[in-house]
Design a protein around this ligand. Structure first.
Ligand SMILES: Nc1ncnc2c1ncn2[C@@H]1O[C@H](COP(=O)(O)OP(=O)(O)OP(=O)(O)O)[C@@H](O)[C@H]1O
Ligand SMILES: [Mg+2]
Length: 259
């Protein structure tokens, strides 16, 4: 049975996309069949895997607009693209996804579009990762409704915990109204710098907030991790021996054990 994991945090630049791309690639390197779904109109995950949002005539936007009616596996597979890793596929997006936000407001099943799309293909995969935008918008509601679990990347910086109460409240509302099976996979500390007291302080605060729901793996601040997207490669292809690559492999193992 596959697991659908969403990376969510309405704070921008905390490592959602970096985590989705690199955890997906690490699991694919372990021969787990993975689909990465790009639900952020910035299309950073699409680009991080080496595509340009203009590469595709149709993308996630088109299948989500079609998902008002029944969605078949063949329909969705038409939009899924192979990547340079044999076990990793992507459902790419482009800026047009931003328009869906407004379009969906008056439409039926507006929070359930992505769920319907992913239900049609989930038995093809071991893991489906969903990258989400830095907002608590209709797109994010779709993400939380489609997911089994949420991982919450938290950047080890000042203000890291600001806004988390709002995110946790949104997760609770989705559990009550749209997706009762939704649970928290874990909080993930990102861009950790062991030389900084601030990083240690944030780690302690996160531990206090999430108790056992914090990943043991901590992602360090690493130049290699920030360079890899400009080569359109996950870190495991860009520099497999870097600390970032090794930590994302560790994280992937932790996620497998969470099952
Ligand atoms: N561990 C890390 N070490 C160094 N740089 C990192 C690390 N993780 C992410 N970055 C860099 O920080 C920036 C923000 O990361 P990322 O795009 O993953 O965040 P995000 O939460 O997806 O942002 P957004 O909210 O805009 O979607 C990027 O330039 C990325 O390359
Ligand atoms: Mg992002």
């Amino acid at each position: 049975m596959s697991r659908i994991i969403a990376a969510c945090n309405q704070k921008g630049g905390v490592g959602k996309t970096t985590t989705c791309v690199n955890t997906s690639a690490a699991l694919a390197a372990m021969e787990k069949k993975v689909l990465l779904v790009d639900m952020d109109p910035q299309a950073n995950a699409t680009q991080g895997l080496g595509f340009s949002p203009q590469d595709f005539e149709e993308d996630l936007y088109d299948i989500l607009t079609q998902a008002e009616g029944d969605v078949t596996k063949a329909q969705v597979r038409h939009f899924v693209k192979p990547t340079s890793m044999p076990f990793l596929e992507v459902l790419p997006c482009s800026r047009s996804l931003a328009g869906l936000e407004v379009q969906l407001i008056t439409q039926p099943l507006r929070e359930k579009r992505l769920m319907r799309v992913l239900e049609a293909v989930r038995d093809d995969y071991d893991f489906i990762f969903i990258d989400s935008p830095p907002s608590l918008s209709m797109l994010t509601l779709n993400v939380l409704t489609a997911a089994d679990t949420v991982m919450i990347p938290i950047q080890c910086e000042y203000y890291a915990l600001q806004g988390l109460a709002e995110l946790l409240n949104t997760i609770r509302l989705v559990q009550q109204n749209l997706n009762p099976k939704l649970s928290i996979e874990g909080a993930l500390l990102t861009m950790y710098d062991s030389r900084l007291n601030l990083s240690k302080q944030v780690a302690e605060d996160v531990q206090n907030t999430f108790s056992e729901k914090v990943f043991k793996t901590i992602i360090p601040r690493s130049v290699k991790l920030s360079e890899a997207p400009s080569f359109g490669q996950p870190i495991i292809l860009y520099d497999a021996l870097s600390s970032g690559a090794m930590r994302y492999m560790e994280l992937a193992k932790e996620i497998i054990l969470n099952d």
